[in-house]
Each structure stands twice: as structure tokens, then as C-alpha cells.
Design a protein around this ligand. Structure first.
Ligand SMILES: NC(=O)c1ccc[n+]([C@@H]2O[C@H](COP(=O)([O-])OP(=O)(O)OC[C@H]3O[C@@H](n4cnc5c(N)ncnc54)[C@H](O)[C@@H]3O)[C@@H](O)[C@H]2O)c1
Length: 402
């Protein structure tokens, strides 16, 4: 049993905390006091982490949420799980990582194992995290460093922290061994790679693989429609091939903190070496063009103009059954509809509040656009919600399909 501090209590940090607290004493550090207060009251804000489990850990004294950085003193293992977004120029924004390194450097009093789970480009642990922690460490404490990229898919039940194989590598053998010992208390399969850079690159490539394939299938949806062929039937047909094909489904675009963001970390790393990442950049553009394509189709089906028409966007989370709206393509669909003069409302009983607006009751518009289909949505209710419904998910029989 180790004294573990997890920096960042969001999707990744709280999920790991909930597993690790079965075996270790876990402090969940977050710089948002409201999050810390709710967590200590046993209220989880993350799908997949039940409030009852959190309350149980708190009662057992195996978990506490903390906001005071000085509470890091004495931690034996520190896991970094803070955001790694893009800045305005779509370049890596390491400001959250920097502030996590500062908290570690200034507050750890004894040598610890520092593991990075935040997604970033190859070299982040070696060339950024270690020197930044050392810069802020007054007593020049020698810590161990490793990386173990997170693969959690929030809301997913079949693959979780326990049964999803986990990559890891340390800057030293001792760091690798201690990282394996920590995760093997709650993960079934640990996969050691030869360097942190390989683990960091593997994580980026996993999400780039998805981004590029989603873009390819989105482009194929546009092509299929122009040829008068059903994209969904065609994909089902192709998917009968038992090898060499993997089915991706078309959509209004990609969202979340990973697929629209991580490939740009890889592209940045390539650009730093003078190499262009054309596939990544093109895939980005194809996915970003999808909302416009969706609205073009809706407009063409509705007399060639959306001016003054009431449109409801159904499902604004970036994927089914979660409340996460980060980078959601619904935002771009709404903006595009508005730019063409439509009066737009949205309905999402899981998201409830978003951008200062509230989810509206389902129905009451002339046109509906289904962007994300949560499993609580009933087909009959969706179909009855508007005289015309455009389905970007390919799942609603009876609606106009992408
Ligand atoms: N969400 C996912 O599905 C997923 C999957 C794999 C990897 N990742 C990666 O994991 C990392 C974290 O993502 P997330 O989805 O958990 O983010 P998140 O926004 O859900 O949570 C991050 C938390 O960190 C806190 N925070 C930010 N800076 C802090 C600091 N300096 N000190 C303490 N707390 C701080 C925030 O208040 C927030 O609660 C990112 O690098 C992301 O790319 C995310």
C-alpha cells in the first residue's frame, strides 16, 4: 500500500483514484475548490465513477480530495492527470502540466515516483516534466519519472482500468519497476516498452489512427451520398470481410478532449523536426468540414433556405451517454445553422446546461438534427419530434441519413 497523490480529479484522475483507492491511500488533488468540496461530500462528477463508490472510499479513509498543495508532502507516488489542450494556434498548451510540475516541485518533501498520464508528445517526461519539477524543487530532490498513458473511454463498461492493457516506461529501470508494481495492483495487463517516448508516441498514434479513419469514413459518406448509395449499408457490406477491414461510422465530426486534439500533438512533434504531417492535417480539415456538410444537406432538403426556420439539435455531448461537450461537433452544427438564419434550440437531458443555455424539451421545431444519440433517446419520440429529422448517427430508422 502506497501514499498516492493524483493531480487533477477529472475524467482520468478521478477514474484512476477510484481504482487505486482499493489498494492504496489516495489523495486527489485538484485546484478547483468546488470539485474538491463535492468529491469530499461523496458526489462524483464523472460518468463511470459512482458516487456510492467514492463515498465508500472516503468512509474507509482510502480517498480524500485536497486543494491545498502542501498536502502533497510525503507522497510516495504522484500521478499527473491534468488537461493538455491546444492553444489558439493549435499548438500544445503545456500550461496545466507546468502548474502541476510546480506544485510537485514546491511541495514534495521526499523522493517520489512521478508518473505522467496526461497525453503529450514524445519527450514530455524526459525533456519537460523532469526539468520543470527540478526547476521548482528547492531542495533538489531526486525523483523517479515514468509515463503510463491513459486509455480510459469514459462511459464505456466493457473496457475499463482493470482489463484495458496499460503501456508504461520509466526514465530508469527502477522507475519502470515501481510503475509496474503500482499499476499491477489494479490493472490486469501491463505492457512495458523500451522508453517513455515509445509510450507517449503510441498513445498519440492510437488516437491519430481513429482521427484519420473517422475522416476517411466521413469523406466516404459524402462520396456515397453523391453516388446515391447508402453509406451505412455499404459499410455493413464491407464489414463482412473477416480480415483487413475495420468499421468506423460517419458522424457530424469528432469531439472530446482526445481525437480532435492529440493528433495535433503528433503533428507538432513532426513539425519540430521539419516534417509535415499531411494525413493528420487533412483528416482534421475533413472532420471540421462535416458540420457544414450536414447543414448543407438539411438546407437542400428544406427548400434551399433555413432563414427563419426553427431547428432543434438533439444530443450535444460529443458522444453518447456522457455529459462531456468539449470540442463537440454540435457546437459547429449550431453555429452553421445560425449563420444561415435558422432559430436554433438544443435538447440534451444528459448535458442539461451548456454555454449559458438550458436543454429545451424535445420537439416543437420544423427541423431536427440528431448529432449524438444517447441510449435514453427513444426512436419513436425522436421521429415524432419534428416533421423532418436528419440523422448524423446512422442509427435512426425512418430519418434522413447522413
Ligand atoms: N478524458 C479522456 O477520455 C482521456 C482519455 C485518455 C487520456 N486523457 C488525457 O488525460 C489528461 C486529463 O484529461 P481529463 O479528461 O481527465 O481532463 P479533465 O478536464 O476532465 O480533468 C482535469 C482536472 O485537472 C484539474 N487541474 C488542472 N490543472 C491543475 C493543476 N495544476 N493542479 C491540480 N488540478 C488541476 C482540473 O480542475 C480538472 O478537474 C489529458 O491529457 C487528456 O488528454 C483523457
Amino acid at each position: 500500500m502506497a501514499k498516492v497523490t493524483i493531480i487533477g480529479q477529472g475524467y482520468v484522475g478521478l477514474t484512476i483514484a477510484s481504482f487505486a483507492a482499493n489498494h492504496h491511500t489516495v489523495s486527489g488533488f485538484d485546484n478547483r475548490a468546488d470539485i474538491v468540496e463535492n468529491l469530499n461530500a461523496g458526489k462524483s462528477h464523472i460518468e463511470g465513477v459512482a458516487s456510492s463508490l467514492l463515498a465508500q472510499h472516503i468512509q474507509n479513509k482510502s480517498y480524500v480530495a485536497i486543494c491545498d498543495p502542501s498536502s502533497l508532502a510525503g507522497a510516495e507516488i504522484v500521478v499527473i492527470a491534468v488537461p493538455t489542450p491546444l492553444d489558439e494556434d493549435r499548438k500544445p498548451d503545456l500550461s496545466y502540466l507546468e502548474s502541476a510540475c510546480r506544485v510537485i516541485g514546491e511541495n514534495l518533501t521526499t523522493p517520489a515516483l512521478i508518473i505522467n498520464e496526461s497525453t503529450s508528445f514524445p519527450g514530455t517526461v524526459r525533456d519537460y516534466i523532469k526539468p520543470t519539477v527540478e526547476k521548482f524543487s528547492k531542495n533538489k530532490i531526486e525523483h523517479l519519472y515514468s509515463v503510463s498513458p491513459e486509455r480510459v473511454d469514459p462511459g464505456r463498461e466493457d473496457w475499463n482500468q482493470k482489463n484495458t492493457p496499460r503501456l508504461y516506461a520509466g526514465l530508469t529501470t527502477e522507475a519502470s519497476d515501481k510503475t509496474r508494481d503500482f499499476y499491477s495492483t489494479f490493472c490486469d495487463q501491463l505492457v512495458e516498452v523500451s522508453s517513455p517516448e515509445v509510450a507517449e508516441a503510441a498513445k498519440l498514434f492510437e488516437n491519430t489512427f481513429r482521427q484519420v479513419n473517422i475522416a476517411l469514413v466521413n469523406e466516404f459518406a459524402v462520396i456515397s451520398n453523391s453516388l446515391g448509395i447508402s453509406v451505412n449499408e455499404t459499410l455493413q457490406a464491407a464489414n463482412t470481410k473477416p480480415y483487413g477491414f475495420m468499421k468506423f461510422t460517419p458522424s457530424a465530426g469528432v469531439g472530446g478532449h482526445c481525437i480532435p486534439v492529440d493528433p495535433s500533438y503528433l503533428s507538432y512533434a513532426a513539425n519540430q523536426k521539419g516534417i509535415s504531417a499531411s494525413f493528420i492535417d487533412l483528416a482534421n480539415q475533413v472532420n471540421l468540414d462535416m458540420p457544414k456538410y450536414v447543414v448543407n444537406r438539411v438546407e437542400a432538403d428544406n427548400g434551399g433556405s433555413l432563414k427563419g426556420k426553427a431547428v432543434q439539435v438533439i444530443g450535444v455531448a460529443y458522444k453518447p451517454n456522457v455529459a462531456d461537450v468539449r470540442e463537440t461537433p454540435a457546437q459547429l452544427v449550431i453555429e452553421e445553422l445560425k449563420s444561415r438564419g435558422a432559430t436554433v434550440s438544443w435538447h440534451d437531458p444528459i448535458v442539461v446546461k451548456w454555454s449559458g443555455e438550458s436543454s429545451q424539451p424535445l420537439g416543437g421545431s420544423q427541423i431536427a438534427v440528431l448529432v449524438t444519440r444517447h441510449s435514453i433517446f427513444q426512436a419513436a419520440e425522436l421521429l415524432a419530434s419534428a416533421p423532418y429529422i436528419f440523422d448524423t448517427t446512422g442509427t435512426l430508422e425512418g430519418a434522413v441519413k447522413l
